[in-house]
Design a protein around this ligand. Structure first.
Ligand code: T3D
Length: 260
């Protein structure tokens, strides 16, 4: 599939998906959600892709659904839009057995905010802003924000942001735990490259199992998680990278992981 609304590159084990409709703050139209779904399948299948970075061009990460593309529509099928366009993206990002790093370069609103929340880690530019815009247009949260937000920042803060439609700046986002770190706008690319390289050079198989266990930890019992850790450690410990990690420790050198 040729991409018109996103950019997709892969280099040095890092797949980068860039939302690319800057004139509308990278709002999602049908083409863009189709293309994101296609690119995520590529990342999933490509063994050389060991980490995914998601970012945007221009001054936005994403302003959510392209509201202008629906001007004049009498009846909109929200259920079909969410089920067929957004939910598969969020599900795929969470199921992806590779780490996903959001580089939030600017405003993230509505489903754009949800997309950022679906990443495993987030680095924000000091120009980033976060807005649960839904209340302003009479809609409810979607694309997983109702699940991600209370877990990340607690129920009361989530309710405040969503019900009052409060905009959060980058330093507030850091304080609330919405992002992992904030850097000067000009340093976002370098900071993202540094973390992405560390992730891409990590023990990919173990990182995928770790991601699954952490997600389980948010919704399963301790007993269930303990069992999953047994399973995960068995797989990771027997893997090539698991053996390399132990050998490197004994030999007092840095492990060289190959992602399997
Ligand atoms: O519908 C379904 O399928 C269900 C799924 C829903 C998911 C959703 O995401 S619903 C929520 C949609 N998003 C929003 O409600 C956010 C709308 N945008 C804004 O509130 C503001 O634009 C921002 C707070 C994001 C940024 O404000 P600001 O002042 O920095 O920029 P701006 O001037 O408002 O926007 C710049 C341009 O981008 C402007 O175009 P213009 O006037 O220069 O030609 C604006 O219309 C356009 N733009 C911004 N957001 C969207 C958009 N165009 C289309 N869709 C947008 N969402």
């Amino acid at each position: 599939m040729a991409y018109e609304t996103i950019l997709y590159t892969i280099a040095d084990g890092i797949a980068t998906l860039t939302l690319n409709r800057p004139d509308v703050l990278n709002a999602f139209n049908q083409a863009m959600t189709d293309e994101i779904q296609d690119a995520l399948k590529k990342v999933e299948r490509d063994e050389t892709a060991r980490c995914l970075v998601i970012t945007g061009t221009g001054r936005a990460f994403s302003a959510g659904e392209d509201l202008k593309s629906h001007a004049g529509e009498s009846e909109r099928d929200f259920a079909a839009s969410l089920r067929n366009r957004y939910n598969p993206i969020i599900r795929k990002l969470r199921a992806l057995n590779k780490p996903v790093l959001g580089a939030v370069n600017g405003v993230a609103a509505g489903a754009g905010f949800s997309l950022a929340l679906a990443c495993d880690l987030r680095i924000a530019s000091d120009k980033a802003r976060f807005l649960q815009a839904f209340v302003r247009i009479g809609l409810v949260l979607d694309s997983g924000s109702s699940w991600f937000l209370p877990q990340l920042i607690g129920y009361a803060k989530a309710a405040e942001l969503c019900m009052l439609g409060e905009e959060v700046n980058a330093s507030q986002a850091l304080e609330f735990g919405l992002v992992n770190k904030v850097v000067a706008h000009d340093e976002l690319a370098a900071a993202t490259a540094e973390w992405a390289a560390r992730l891409a050079q990590g023990p990919t198989l173990a990182l995928g199992l770790m991601k699954r266990a952490l997600i389980m930890g948010t919704q399963n019992t301790l007993d269930e998680v303990l069992d999953y850790e047994v399973y995960g450690q068995t797989i990771a410990g027997r893997s090539e990278d698991g053996k390399e990690g132990a050998t490197a420790f004994i030999e007092k050198r840095k492990a060289k992981f190959r992602g399997r």
